[in-house]
Write a protein that binds this ligand. Structure first.
Ligand code: AHR
Length: 496
């Protein structure tokens, strides 16, 4: 089939906040223990941080990592995770039915962030705890010295404050599965007071109000407007969470779910701006899409209750998931004027692009690569491409464009990149790329992932599903013709 994409610098959506390429580490399964932290592992440094994992995280170029949960944070006593390790208590984690040894906590995570070149997005417990414990954690992390919590940090061997800028006010507080779940009004009040005290403690920090736990949550919409109505003046972002599955197996419908994702984002923007107008406020609240991914492959795998770090949520991703991850991140970028933060949930072992063997090796899952391409090359501004392509109907959606596309323009580096998924399972696309005002820009690289069975996956022995280079397409004036293989992920890079 044939398609055309027209691009111009004026089609600018907005500047891309690099934090849109964030990720997430929760005390869950083997994300921490056996994932980023494994004392005694052959690649572990003196602090037990696995260097083989850090190398892969660095290649992903993840600027911010949310921590320590997730559902876990709603029962977490952060004080359990600081100070001499031998004195730290073991606790039952009611969120995931495991035992938390607390060998790893705030200071260990901050040391990991420094090694991984990432900032921390810290979540506070507004489930079983409240504003007081939240402001104490801010003081522990961000106050220099001369106060109880700051001096406690110094007595723990961390002289300089961590200066954490970004803070989540709890996690999914609308969900019945959450410890200390709340109504929108209860949460709005708690979040307002927590945010206020946290900002008084450390001026300049930013806070994220929990939105609904997903678009399917029964309170979706009213939760956002009611809680925001109370907390609007003190918070900076509202969160969104969304996971997709392909069950029953219906790939055309699965890949079409980005239409729903697009609508979801749009409705949250509307809800947030409705509160803004009602308040006649000059302040705009932006979005933090701090959990997104494909999640379903591992749902029925049993685990041993109350064990320490058992394998949980260990999805092994397949090739079609890589196309979905590329499509989802493209959809988020189309809203980069309002989405400032996003976290691929999660980063290691738990529904993650990086997979380890405890005591053994590590490999990149299929979804690692589209994320890596977007995070490395998708910087600068996002441009809305004018896409003219055939569409398909499937069980769940009609008029689904075969192509999912975005372009990014990095003016400083004189680079422009087109990212594109061909969702057709059997037809290639002859794409006519029309560049309106990119004089002097030439294609320099054409990377793709294609030719795999939709269920192909990677293993410790073979990272089978991975990108490959193609011949660089020729430019004919402002036109470039690119052949997109059936069912493919494509990155076409231009330079001046
Ligand atoms: O990422 C896994 C879990 O999904 C998180 O703990 C929770 O916030 C969400 O429901």
């Amino acid at each position: 089939m044939k398609a055309k994409i027209t691009l111009a610098k004026e089609f600018r959506i907005g500047d891309i906040d690099k934090r849109i390429y964030g990720s997430f580490i929760e005390h869950l399964g083997r994300a921490v223990y056996g994932g980023i932290y494994e004392p005694g592992h052959p690649t572990a440094d003196e602090n037990g941080l696995r260097q083989d994992v850090i190398e892969l995280v660095k290649k992903l170029n993840v600027p911010v990592v949310r921590y320590p949960g997730g559902n876990f944070v709603s029962g977490y006593n952060w004080e359990d995770g600081v100070g001499p390790v031998a004195d730290r208590p073991k606790r039952l984690d009611l969120a995931w039915g495991t035992t938390e040894p607390n060998a790893f906590g705030t200071n260990e995570f901050m040391a990991w962030c420094r090694k991984a070149n990432a900032e921390c997005m810290m979540a506070v417990n507004l489930g079983t705890r409240g504003p007081d414990e939240a402001r104490n954690l801010v003081e522990y992390c961000n106050h220099k010295s001369g106060s109880y919590w700051a001096d406690l940090r110094r007595s723990h061997g961390v002289e300089e404050p961590h200066n954490i800028k970004l803070w989540c006010l709890g996690n999914e507080m609308d969900g019945g599965w959450q410890m200390g779940a709340k109504t929108a009004v209860e949460y709005g009040r708690t979040a307002l007071e927590a945010s206020k005290l946290m900002k008084w403690t450390s001026p300049g920090i930013e806070t994220v109000l929990c939105g609904s736990s997903s678009r399917n949550s029964p309170t979706f919409g009213t939760w956002e407007t009611e809680s925001l109505d109370i907390a609007y003046d003190s918070v900076d972002y509202v969160s969104l969470h969304q996971y997709y599955d392909n069950r029953p197996d219906d790939t055309p419908s699965f890949l079409a779910k980005t239409l729903e994702l697009d609508e979801f984002i749009y409705s949250v923007i509307c809800a947030v701006d409705y509160v803004k107008s009602k308040k006649r406020s000059k302040k705009t609240i932006n979005l933090s899409f701090d959990e997104w991914n494909v999640w379903y492959h591992s749902n029925s795998i049993p685990y041993e209750k109350w064990s320490v770090a058992p394998p949980r949520l260990e999805d092994i991703y397949i090739f079609e998931d890589a196309l979905m991850i590329g499509s989802m991140l493209i959809t988020l970028l189309r809203h980069c004027d309002r989405i400032k933060i996003a976290c691929l949930a999660q980063l290691v072992n738990v529904i993650a692009p990086i997979f380890t063997k405890t005591g053994g090796g590590v490999f990149e899952q299929t979804i690692y690569f589209p994320f890596m391409h977007l995070s490395n090359y998708g910087r600068g501004a996002a441009l809305m491409p004018l896409v003219d392509c055939p569409k398909y109907d499937c069980k769940e959606f009609t008029d689904v464009p075969y192509l999912e596309a975005i372009a990014t323009f990095d003016e400083e580096k004189d680079e422009m990149t087109v990212f594109c998924v061909n969702k057709s399972m059997d037809e290639n696309v002859v794409l006519d790329l029309k560049l309106m005002d990119f004089d002097g820009y030439k294609p320099v690289e054409f990377i793709s992932m294609d030719g795999y069975d939709k269920k192909a996956e990677n293993t410790f022995d073979k990272v089978n599903v991975r990108p490959h280079d193609n011949p660089v397409p020729e430019a004919d004036g402002s036109d470039v013709t690119v052949n997109l293989a059936p069912f493919s992920w494509n990155v076409i890079r231009f330079k001046k």
